[in-house]
Design a protein around this ligand. Structure first.
Ligand code: SF4
Length: 195
């Protein structure tokens, strides 16, 4: 890995109308809503299962492990942070057990579908089986079988990669993670997507 310093990317503003969303049980868990981060006009939308913490217990900003690994790959394949927007199936971080299937379904259809219509990313990269199965709306699919190809999902060119936390647990997967980011970067260049 080349030397690189991760940073906290600008947080996207949660639409005022959504701030008090209580559509699923997650609002009761006390974590704050994070709509997304990075450039909302970016050509690449990265979809994770849920946001990690952006602040430590004292309220100081921090870059969690997921963000560190993701930003490292973005850097290494020559993408810039302006080309990336990160969002989540769930807009709040779960801290206790919850009804996963129902909560993901409600949050994704209530918020992510609207984000897509508004932002119209050129390419989508789903990270991890939870995000992949939610976004593809198919519990039978997984990263292993889908990575390395483009799939049309909800009308968007979509590919997949392992979750950054899986890469941190199994560093030998980092090579595959870089391959998947290169796959996205190449498509961006070859199709001359602008933003
Ligand atoms: S997780 Fe999504 S649907 Fe549930 S309360 Fe939060 S924003 Fe609303």
């Amino acid at each position: 890995m080349t030397s690189f310093c991760p940073e906290i990317w600008p947080e996207d503003t949660t639409p005022a109308i959504e701030l008090d969303c209580q559509d699923c049980g997650l609002y009761q868990q006390g974590t704050r809503m994070i709509w997304g981060e990075g450039n909302p006009k970016a050509p690449i939308m990265v979809i994770l299962d849920n946001p990690g913490a952006r602040e430590d217990r004292e309220g100081n900003t921090m870059v969690c492990g997921t963000r560190q690994t993701l930003q490292q790959a973005v850097h290494e394949v020559g993408l810039s942070k302006d080309q990336i927007y990160v969002t989540y199936i769930l807009k709040r971080r779960p801290v206790r057990a919850y009804d996963k299937e129902q909560t993901r379904d409600i949050c994704m259809h209530r918020h992510l579908d609207e984000q897509l219509k508004l932002q119209k990313p050129a390419l989508i990269l789903c990270l991890g089986n939870v995000a992949v199965q939610s976004f593809f709306e198919n519990t039978e699919v997984d990263v292993k079988s889908l990575r390395g190809s483009w799939h049309e999902v909800k009308g968007y060119q979509t590919t997949v990669a392992y979750h950054p936390l899986a890469i941190r647990r199994r560093p030998n997967l980092y090579t595959l993670f870089l391959e998947d980011f290169t796959f996205v970067a190449d498509k961006l260049v070859n199709n001359k997507y602008t933003f």
